[in-house]
Design a protein. Structure first.
Ligand code: GAL
Length: 733
């Protein structure tokens, strides 16, 4: 049975049909239960973004909270005119258990994405359950920022515009009437021996199947390529463009012990300045509040008697202050009474759960935070616990249940998927009103998060997974913070710090450590003041490492400007840049940082690892040793060396490290010119670096060039104050 499907704006869909017609449509659906229906109309909603809807639409969808798309930039991407093939043959079905969409799958096709997946990279043959959860249970798709959005190696992306738990079967199941399964790209068909079964061969069913449980309809968006990188550029621009952090947000960050008092914070913070170790942000953990679980959002007067003075001294010392909190509002909070009517019908830790999908709720919570903290000089918040650990906490109280009801009409399931994103939006909107950029930390996020300046973090701690999450962040439009906290050894400390330095957010989270982790990494001994005999030696190594990060800031800032204006993920899988190279299709322990640097972290005690170099010549960042690409090498690196490799033809702008970044900072830059082939045009981005004036065209691109053994700088734009001073050119052959 074939139906004509019509397309409406999500918000008008439910009001469009007269009631009687709606009932008639339902009746027909009931009769046709289990029959496969084919959608026939497809609409283009932005350059290269196509929408297909089927059945009764959900009232509230992720796109309702989306920022405006940058359609001008989207229209400059290749493609965008022809209906993607994948859309032409989608089959839909409504079962009692929910709606199903079936999409064609080529046996040689590979899939990536599903948001910030933790322990998987290539997704073909897997079943994914897209559900926000702080505990990553097994390998089923749960994550802090899972997303019903995958990207195909054939150069398109499929997004289910739903806040419900969505299940994806990525060729993981075989239907009885399917005939013989097609072979996958390794020539495997179905498993018929125990060996084949356990080696997971033959995962090659004909189709991708998507289920939105309980729903009677579905909306799917398809993002065109032609390459996977183009898909992500389009997605990020459609979401509103990638977030441009304030420049200080790329600096080094330290979060101090939960129990610290105001005096201890002040004493401790002088450490970085006295020892000339760079640090831009200082974070306070739960102890700053009078009630933390749930949150009062009031200073604990016993421990922090004069918060205004603390803010002013820390500001004078050029620290940005960040406050830990979560969104469950304690009965003693000044906003408890006003926010309760705009909250869900279940408590968490005795606190109200604000319905941030409502503008009124956002304004109650936002105004209070603005007047009490933001306007007084708090630069950032760490938004904890917004993912919920409900799933494996039989006691429940770690989150609201799925059966919760919110005043907007959302239920607990929908709210769990959207909560972290809406929470970020609530506070970032307040910074925007002050024309100030923030860079926050957040433990949950969802679709269309690209424009939000925040980095995801976790309580899990596998270094290997952390690297995978940097890579998967490029398929998700989020930043990932592989923060350093529990440390096993000196070597673990340095290698983890290196990974943090090669990420969007370099954070050391010492919420349970009294002393610096490089003075003693063992938690118990640290808190008993039993410091390492070589603490001072280690300190020098850490200092150098943080300085390397500081020298990369101009390069990283330009990568983030490309994220904002062109949608290019600043951190991404090798397969995005080298889609034709088979060797990188499953490579989940190396990644690109910006256009020119490849990172290959050393993890779990390794001092030697295999590094694959794609075509071209590459240079070791530390020694300038050359590697010819198209090959794998076994690389050994000492702890003093950074596992970074620079592409031939790069002009790498390296800054003289500063101890902190202020609005008057000007970086002295040395441009390193790698190799003999023509250099690629490389640019730096200059703007005010702390506010939103760049949105009024107040910025300048610095185009760096190298010709006839001479460097050139061409400034193009309207920013008057310089951020960079190009002082030196160095040739690396
Ligand atoms: C956790 C969080 C940690 C730390 C701790 C304080 O939920 O992930 O980073 O902030 O709370 O209680």
């Amino acid at each position: 049975m074939i139906f004509l499907i019509h397309f409406f704006k999500p918000s008008t869909m439910t009001n469009f049909y007269p009631k009687a017609l709606k009932q008639a449509v339902f009746a027909v659906f009931a009769v046709l239960l289990c029959s496969t229906l084919k959608a026939q109309q497809i609409t283009k909603i932005a350059p290269g973004v196509w929408k297909i809807v089927y059945g009764e639409q959900e009232k509230i969808k992720p796109s309702d909270f989306k920022e405006a798309a940058d359609e001008t930039a989207m229209s400059k991407l290749p493609g965008g005119t022809e209906t993607p093939d994948i859309l032409k043959d989608i089959k839909f079905n409504v079962l009692n258990s929910g709606v199903i969409a079936e999409l064609a799958m080529d046996p040689t096709e590979r899939f990536y994405g599903f948001g910030l997946q933790v322990n998987t990279f290539e997704q073909k043959g897997l079943r994914r359950e897209i559900r926000t959860n702080s505990q990553i249970i097994g390998n089923i798709g749960f994550s802090h920022a899972p997303m019903p959005f995958y990207i195909s190696s054939k150069g398109y992306g499929v997004l289910v515009n739903s806040s419900r738990y969505v299940n994806f079967y990525m060729g993981s199941q075989h239907k009885l009437n399917e005939g013989q399964p097609k072979s996958d790209d390794n020539g495997n068909s179905s498993a018929s021996t125990a060996n084949a079964l356990y080696n997971r061969q033959g995962r090659s069913s004909a189709n991708v199947e998507i289920q939105v449980k309980g729903a009677r309809g579905i909306e799917i968006l398809v993002f065109e390529g032609p390459t996977m990188k183009n898909v992500m550029e389009r997605y990020n621009l459609f979401s509103g463009g990638g977030a441009l952090p304030p420049l200080w947000g790329l600096g080094f960050k330290y979060r101090a012990k939960n129990t610290f008092t105001e005096k201890e914070v002040l004493d401790f913070s002088s450490y970085f300045r006295d020892n000339h170790i760079p640090c831009d942000m200082f974070g306070l953990e739960p102890g700053w509040q009078s009630a933390a679980y749930s949150c009062s959002y009031i200073w604990n007067k016993d421990k922090y008697p004069t918060p205004d003075s603390l803010i002013s001294i820390m500001t004078d010392r050029n620290y940005k202050l960040s406050l830990w909190e979560h969104a469950y509002v304690h009965p003693t909070s000044p906003i408890f009474a006003s926010i309760s009517p705009f909250s869900g019908n279940y408590k968490v830790w005795n606190g109200a759960v604000p319905d941030f999908s409502l503008p009124k709720t956002r304004s109650i919570f936002g105004d209070y935070h603005s007047n009490t903290f933001i306007k007084k000089g708090i630069s950032s918040f760490k938004l904890d616990e917004c993912d919920g650990a409900y799933y494996d906490e039989a006691g429940g109280e770690w989150s609201y249940p799925d059966i919760a009801q919110f005043p907007s009409g959302m239920d607990g399931e929908q709210m769990r998927q959207q909560f972290g994103l809406l929470y970020q939006k609530t506070l970032l909107d307040e910074y925007k009103k002050e024309n100030t950029r923030s860079m926050m930390e957040v433990r949950a996020s969802y679709l269309f998060a690209s424009p939000y300046n925040a980095a995801l973090y976790t309580d899990m701690y596998s270094h290997g997974d952390f690297v995978k999450m940097i890579i998967n962040s490029g398929f998700s439009g989020v930043n990932w913070s592989p923060e350093v906290r529990d440390i096993k050894s000196e070597e673990d400390l340095i290698r983890r710090l290196q990974t943090a330095a090669m990420s969007s957010h370099m954070n050391v989270n010492c919420w349970f450590l009294k002393n610096l982790p490089w003075y003693q990494f063992n938690r118990e001994k640290n808190n008993k003041d039993e410091l390492l005999p070589n603490a001072k030696e280690l300190e020098q190594k850490v200092k150098k490492l943080i300085e390397t990060r500081m020298s990369l800031i101009p390069y990283l800032y330009a990568a983030f400007a490309d994220y904002h204006y062109k949608g290019i993920p600043p951190f991404r899988a090798m397969v995005m840049d080298y889609p034709e190279d088979k060797e990188v299709w499953k490579l989940d322990n190396q990644y690109m940082m910006g256009e020119n640097i490849m990172c290959a972290p050393f993890i779990d005690g390794a001092s030697t690892r295999d590094v694959y170099f794609p075509k071209g010549t590459w240079y070791d960042f530390n020694t300038n040793k050359k590697y010819e690409g198209g090959k794998k090498y076994s690389i050994t690196m000492s702890l003093a060396e950074f596992p970074m490799f620079v592409k031939e033809g790069t002009i790498l702008p390296l800054a003289k490290p500063v101890e902190y970044i202020t609005p008057t900072t000007v970086f002295d830059i040395t441009c390193k010119v790698y190799g003999t082939v023509d250099t690629q045009p490389v640019h730096l981005f200059e703007d005010n670096s702390t506010n939103f004036d760049y949105q009024q065209n107040k910025y300048t691109w610095l185009n760096l060039g190298w010709k006839n053994s001479k460097g050139s700088v061409v400034r193009d734009g309207k920013q008057v104050k310089k951020l960079y001073n190009i002082v030196k050119w160095e040739k690396v052959d």
